[in-house]
Design a protein. Sequence first.
Length: 194
Amino acid sequence: MEGKEAIVGRILSDAEEKGAKLRSEAQLRVKAEIAEAEKRAKELTDRGEAELARQAEEIVERRETVAALDCRKLLLGAKREMLSEVFALALEKAKAFDKKKYLAVVEDLLQKNAEEGDEVVLSRFAPIAETDLCGLLVFSERKLKFAGANGDFAGGVRLYSAVCDKDLSFEAVLASARGTLETEIAEKLFSEEN
């Protein structure tokens, strides 16, 4: 548990540093653009050209708006990058499951997704063997067939049948869960900014 907290802590720390750096850079750009626009407005005002001064003020306002939008875009990009890093880390952790955890995850995937008679292909990187997989209760209950441990995917299993194929590789499972988990993870990672 401490390892997870350390990783989450490191991710949050990295996100805060990136966010602070991006905000600082954006603020410097905003200040420079505002100073330039204000200088131009003062020059126009000093010459007594009221219409040009009004236009200069509009330019200042537009530049402030554009700079604020640019800052938000940079921050959003950094947040997206951090979320991608979180999912990449989750995949690495799943690929490193020990035999017991790996078998439990595969059993759960089969329990939720396997149909009677499906052929099961195991990842060639799995820490479990054919006998471990075939020894699962769900394997005999659903009359599943072992189709090899040569799957060219990082972890998990794939199911094949005459009707459809199901990709239950760790990459596919994380990708399908990303849509629902991304919002929750983003709230946890970036909630302090709101």
